[in-house]
Ligand binder design. Structure first.
Ligand code: SAM
Length: 213
């Protein structure tokens, strides 16, 4: 984990957060925006697909998709605590042989990772300042589709995230959350050969499905 940005992310998503998220997932299943991602991926009607989950947290996306659609997943995460929790759940489900775990800043290792049918980023771009490098790297690893959840670009999400960043700042926490420009993310992915096929919205989150033309 060489870069400062990754150290900050690793520290932000520590053991307590990872354990709490895993407990929540076991109790209630996937979060709302994750369910929209799952719906979008399932709409592709793939079989035995490969998945690359960038910043997958406790791994909810592949835990679910391995029930019916995905036969192999790679999980790249800047948080070692999340990877530990994700591994634990993967083993509990008997899928240990089917998931490759990588602790890294995805932008540093993307070129070494094989392409996958589907790349997912669930609430990840908003944790990374350089969304252009992150999305370019993610697009380069996707052979069919990319699905991501990110904050809606509206007054409410800007307000919520400004307040969150203010609290982080006054508590001297260097981690920040970002509302990146949706039109620019869309244009970047289009330039990488991915067309937006669907868009669903929650109160704060937006989920977009992109497919290779
Ligand atoms: C808000 S959490 C979301 C976790 C999970 N996807 C979810 O929705 O519950 C953000 C995740 O992105 C990861 N992350 C952020 N930037 C990353 C990067 N450049 N490379 C790899 N992982 C990254 C963090 O470590 C963390 O797991």
């Amino acid at each position: 984990m060489p870069c400062e940005c990754c150290k900050i992310t690793n520290d932000q998503f520590g053991k307590d957060t990872a354990e709490a998220d895993l407990k929540e997932y076991r109790r209630k299943g996937p979060a709302k925006q994750t369910r929209l991602i799952l719906e979008a991926v399932r709409s592709l009607n793939l079989k035995d697909a490969s998945l690359l989950d960038v910043g997958g947290g406790i791994g909810a996306i592949y835990h679910e998709l391995m029930k019916d659609m995905v036969s192999h997943a790679t999980h790249v995460d800047a948080s070692s605590a999340y990877l530990t929790a994700a591994k634990q759940e993967t083993e509990r489900r008997g899928n240990a042989e089917k998931v490759n775990f990588i602790h890294a800043d995805f932008t540093d290792v993307a070129e070494t990772i094989p392409q996958a049918d589907v790349v997912t980023l669930d609430r990840v771009v908003c944790c990374y300042p350089d969304y252009k490098s992150l999305l370019k790297a993610a697009a380069s690893r996707s052979s069919r589709a990319l699905v991501m959840a990110y904050p809606r670009e509206n007054g409410l999400s800007r307000f919520v995230i400004t307040v969150m960043d203010w609290f982080l700042k006054i508590s001297r926490n260097p981690f920040r959350v970002f509302v990146h420009p949706v039109a620019e993310m869309n244009a970047l992915l289009r330039a990488e050969g991915l067309q937006r096929k669907s868009l669903s919205r929650l109160f704060v989150w937006e989920v977009a499905l992109y497919q290779r033309s």
